[in-house]
Ligand binder design. Structure first.
Ligand code: ATP
Ligand code: MG
Length: 227
């Protein structure tokens, strides 16, 4: 049986106008990612990795070309519909965790469920379960600055998983962590992969990249198929 493609990037270009010049962050990218795959994206700083992740994660739209998530084209969608795809299908994990500092771990994880219109009691229960699943049962009421980097990233993963997305995008999830905390995050991502989720990780670390099934290299805004 042919693999089901869940992320399809076709001739995608992304240009940023900046002070009268155009930064060509992605020049022409083609990429298929199959359901259940674990893929790493590597490449020098400035090669376009985060730009590509933001497009796949529906945080931004390409200048040209098409991105389909689960066969649904995103090019003609308005911001609200893009946000809906993002909420339902994609969990995003960032290098700097992106937690809200004035909210506890539990409140941070609950946030996407508020947007999804889930009632308070159920929200609490789901958020608590997700935090327990990443080993933070005893940190529910801590604020981000009361948690270690690795713990903050685990809260961010719990938040990314709270709507049960099937695609998890992690842009340098271990970039701000020491080796041990980074390995714990990788263990969680590996587990999610084993459960059938599609995982896309950006990393500078070959050791981490090798934990995935495929390494995609970006160079100067182009996917590098060379040797
Ligand atoms: N909003 C923006 N406006 C202008 N230029 C941008 C914008 N976002 C990214 N760029 C430029 O696009 C290029 C690609 O940036 P991107 O953040 O995708 O790189 P990256 O591969 O993720 O790098 P790093 O490894 O340092 O995170 C860079 O030259 C960057 O300066
Ligand atoms: Mg980046």
């Amino acid at each position: 049986m042919k693999d089901k493609i869940v992320v399809k990037v076709s001739d995608v270009k992304k240009y940023f106008p900046l002070d009268g010049v155009t930064v060509k962050a992605l020049k022409s990218c083609n990429l298929n990612i199959a359901q259940g795959e674990m893929v790493s994206i590597m490449g020098p700083s400035g090669s376009g990795k985060s730009t590509l992740m933001n497009l796949i994660g529906c945080l931004d739209k390409p200048t040209e070309g098409k991105i389909s998530i689960n066969k649904r084209g995103t090019e003609n969608l308005e911001a609200d519909d893009l946000a809906q795809i993002r909420n339902e299908e994609i969990g995003f994990v960032f290098q700097n965790f992106n937690l809200l500092p004035r909210m506890t771990a539990l409140d941070n994880v609950e946030l996407p469920l508020i947007y999804a219109g889930i009632k308070r009691n159920r929200r609490r229960k789901i958020a608590q379960e997700k935090l327990e699943a990443v080993g933070l049962a005893n940190r529910l009421h801590h604020y981000p600055n009361q948690l270690s980097g690795g713990q903050q990233q685990r809260v961010a993963i719990a938040r990314a998983l709270v709507n049960n997305p099937k695609i998890i995008i992690a842009d340098e999830p271990t970039g701000n962590l020491d080796t041990k905390a980074g390995m714990e995050i990788m263990k969680i991502l590996k587990n999610l992969h084993r459960q059938g989720n599609t995982i896309i990780i950006v990393t500078h670390d070959l050791y981490i990249a090798k934990k995935s099934q495929r390494i995609i290299k970006l160079k100067d805004g182009v996917i590098d198929n060379g040797i």
